[in-house]
Structures are given as C-alpha cells and as structure tokens.
Ligand binder design. Sequence first.
Ligand code: FES
Length: 191
Amino acid sequence: MANTAADPDSTHGAPDGTRRDFMFLATGAGLAVGAGALAWPFVASMAPDAETIAAGAPLEVDLSPIQEGQIVNVFWRGKLIFVRSRSEKEIKEAAAVPLSDLIDPQPDAARVKDGHAKWLVVYGNCTHLGCVPIGHQGQYEGWSCPCHGSLYDTSGRVRRGPAPANLPIPPYLFESETKIRIGEEGGKAVA
Ligand code: FES
C-alpha cells in the first residue's frame, strides 16, 4: 500500500511573492536535508509505520492542491524529491533550449511523463555534493544551489556547474490526472 502525502497549507516566501515551496513529510524519514530546506515549512505528516517505511513503499502524492509555480517537497526512501507544477511559459522555454547549450544534454520531454509536461518530479539534492538547491532562484529560474553556485533550469537540468549532471528523475507513474505514485514504474513497485 502506498504512503499518502497530505495537502499543503502553508507557504515559504518566494522571490515574486506568488510562488511557494512546500514540504511534505510523508514517509517519516529524517529532515536533515541540508541548507535551504530548513527555511521551508513543514506542512503535513501522515507517517506510516516503521515497517512500511523500511520497506520503501511507494509514496502517493496528491497534485490537486499544488498551484502553478509551486514546488512541493516530499521524501521517499529517505530522499528528498521536488514535485514542481510548471507554467506553460516554463514548459515552452524548457522545450526550446538547444541541447548544445546543456552540460548534461537531455530534452525536456525526456524528463517528464507523456501528456504531463506540467509536472516535473526530480530528486532534490544537487549533483555536485548533495546540497539542497533553492527553487525559483538563479538565472534559469529553476533552482540555485547555495553551496557552490550550481544553477538548474525549470527542467531540473544543470545549466551552470560545478554540478556535473541534471537532477535525476525518481521512478514514478501517474495513477490519475491528479495523483502520482513515487516508487512505481510500469504498474509495479520498484525493488
Ligand atoms: S553541492 Fe551544489 S554546487 Fe556544490
């Protein structure tokens, strides 16, 4: 059975005052996730029992309360994951970036699920040394890593190092238009 993340109900100030970042604590995993995360509010906890946590059960995330521009932070198997609702403008801009401009070339379409380009789901630790990048910051308006200045775009692709690689995509699937299950692919929980 999947764990379930509850609705967000508080906000973290963002540069433009309209975008907000949220934190879900849905797996009961620790909160020691590094600089940047400490300022994000805890929103909701529906921690499953220890056995379920240890088994790394899939995590169900309800997308319906997430507004455009918001980033929700969840934990699955102890790892931070960003779930970002992207605007049409962000999607178009991400799709238009020439692969030759990228440090770790990957088309935006390969980083989202077919028909669900609005939703970006990526692991939330910088691929340099693992700090937690801050959302909606930096030249590319994706994430900015406070540790050594790496920048990511709205597709989670690294645009300025020292980070060598894009934010990885965790296994997940769309259970419905408004729900994803992290930790499942092809209808099965990942090992
Ligand atoms: S850990 Fe992010 S730039 Fe070094």
